[in-house]
Design a protein around this ligand. Structure first.
Ligand SMILES: Cc1ncc(CN)c(N)n1
Length: 231
């Protein structure tokens, strides 16, 4: 597509929607992964679910410092820092609750948090987050990645709550954690913030943010694959 046409499209709907259309294959791969489709149609292997649960606890522990780093970047770099910080801080408060949820949920599944060893896909994803925490990474790149990480879970788990889904009763609470309306609104707020910053970004920054989005989608696919014992 020629540059003028891309600019026109971006002004209408925002850079993120443009990128999601451009990368729809990998986005669909991340948000409609066989692991999620298995929850939605009730055929998920419960040992895969337990693997996911334990590994995700470790991921979330690494994700919290990343979100804190985005908060610091918002404070330092955003032209609209107080609004951005309010949204990011609300996400951090939910993460505090999320950690408590993992601690109370895992024993129900016979998963012992102290025994969990991070698998390769999880380690790779956490290393990626750590790289994004560097002060050299621009706020626009980091907020785009934060939106993508949260949006994949929102879209995935919301799918398991749609009419007609045959999600097993014991997995519904998990799906509601990320598929609920409040989380959808949080993701929308992150998307708006990211879009506002992307609109002002140089071409070089746009390239970096798009690459970060793609890496997130790849890591999310890798994480689901790992949960199914495929990585
Ligand atoms: C792997 C992964 N990606 C995203 C999320 C949502 N915070 C999560 N808990 N885990």
């Amino acid at each position: 597509m020629e540059v003028g046409k891309i600019r026109e499209e971006v002004e209408k709907s925002g850079m993120i929607d443009t990128w999601l259309r451009k990368h729809s294959l990998i986005y669909t791969g991340a948000t409609r992964h066989p692991f999620i489709l298995g929850i939605r149609d009730g055929t998920v292997d419960l040992s895969a679910f337990k693997t996911w649960l334990g590994q995700d606890y470790l991921f979330v522990r690494a994700f919290i410092p990343f979100v804190a780093s985005v908060l610091i970047k918002a404070w330092k770099e955003s032209y609209n820092s107080s609004t951005d910080m309010e949204v990011i801080l609300s996400g951090m408060a939910s993460l505090n609750e999320e950690i408590s949820w993992f601690r109370s949920e895992t024993p129900k599944w016979g998963v012992q948090l102290s025994d969990i060893v991070p698998q390769k896909a999880n380690q790779d994803y956490c290393r990626f987050l750590e790289n994004l925490m560097s002060p050299d990474v621009e706020y626009t790149v980091a907020i785009t990645a934060l939106w993508a990480i949260e949006a994949v879970y929102q879209a995935s788990f919301a799918l398991c709550l749609e009419d007609g889904a045959k999600t097993p009763a014991e997995l519904r609470q998990t799906c509601e954690r990320w598929g609920n309306d409040g989380f959808r609104q949080y993701c929308n707020s992150l998307q708006q913030i990211a879009n506002r910053h992307l609109q002002k970004a140089s071409n070089d920054l746009l390239t970096k943010a798009e690459a970060a989005l793609l890496r997130v989608l790849e890591h999310e696919v890798g994480f689901w694959n790992m949960s199914r014992g495929e990585a």
